[in-house]
Write a protein that binds this ligand. Sequence first.
Ligand SMILES: Nc1ncnc2c1ncn2[C@@H]1O[C@H](COP(=O)(O)OP(=O)(O)OP(=O)(O)O)[C@@H](O)[C@H]1O
Length: 365
Amino acid sequence: MTSVTLDQLRLTFGQTRALDGVSLTIPSGSFVALLGPSGCGKTTLLRLIAGLERPDSGEIAIAGRRVAGRGQFTEPQDRGLGMVFQSYALWPHLTVAGNIGFGLNRLARAAREERIAEALALVGLTGLAARKPHELSGGQRQRVALARSLAARPWLLLLDEPLANLDTHLRQTMLAEFRRIHSSTGCTMIFVTHDQNEAMAVADLVGVMDRGRLEQFAPPAALFDRPASQMVARFVGNGRTLPVEVLRRSGEICEITLGGRVLRLPGVAPVGPGWLCLHSRDLAAQGAPGEGFDAEVMAARFENGFHILEIIPDLVPEAEPLDLRVDRPLAPGARIRFALTGGWVIPRAGDAALTTAARPFAAPV
Ligand SMILES: Nc1ncnc2c1ncn2[C@@H]1O[C@H](COP(=O)(O)OP(=O)(O)OP(=O)(O)O)[C@@H](O)[C@H]1O
């Protein structure tokens, strides 16, 4: 079976530290997304696994066999993997069948045709074998590129932003296809994307990267529920972090002060400075006087069928606005009261200098 183990991978291009000590174990048969802002090192990591780059230091093992590190290097074609890129790179003069069978010359004709038919069926293109790439839609071309990789029956498939050139509707269709192909082939898939909705929709496990480092590797829900760092808390789901003081911790409940108020919320921070990580689902509009927090409405927007208010709590005036879902919009300047219904408290060690008003990460495209 095909697990992938990365141990302390480092790679520098000139002055740029593209990867800065990444360690990760990708279980055999899993569907993993590598996610992070532009330039965080996702593609570099994928290229290292593929063998298209050599690490400065660290090791890579595929299916328990070392392919890079300690003086060893296995060429890409000998790693038993398939790759699908953003650009489909199909041969324009070959038919769909010709493109898919291109790398299968070592097989006898009958076996090759069987593989082509099998790959076409896997991606739902049976019947289009005789077409040329220019006679296909963008989505169909992407499927041919996928079929070409699958025809070699790889145990490890690397996908580098494979949906970047497709429109929203086609992306959704292809995401469903990836999941279906993953469950029917059982191969390990590693998918690079900067679009977190895409990552969350397809992957069993998501690796969030930032500035060449792996911040967290966890199932999608855990990135929301239990972010490991301020970066993950803010990047995933457009989260916010508020500075708090942790007074006491008992198991996974932290007693904190937020703007002078004492609260008990889930978390794992030791006594001392902490971040309270919040998403809009952790806030509820609440009318009861004397309870909750007072806030001022800064802006309102309509998103995915909900009215969202951007509010600044009176107790934390320096905070970046929090998102609050409401039934009806309120004008900027209006007052509102809200309750905290959840959140996750993490330590503020090391990044205490970061302000809560730090620039938000770019929204997913
Ligand atoms: N061949 C190269 N030569 C010089 N610098 C490089 C090279 N490849 C990558 N880099 C730099 O390494 C860093 C990581 O790049 P990488 O392409 O891995 O990021 P990424 O997370 O995939 O970004 P994006 O989402 O924009 O594709 C970036 O700062 C990039 O400019």
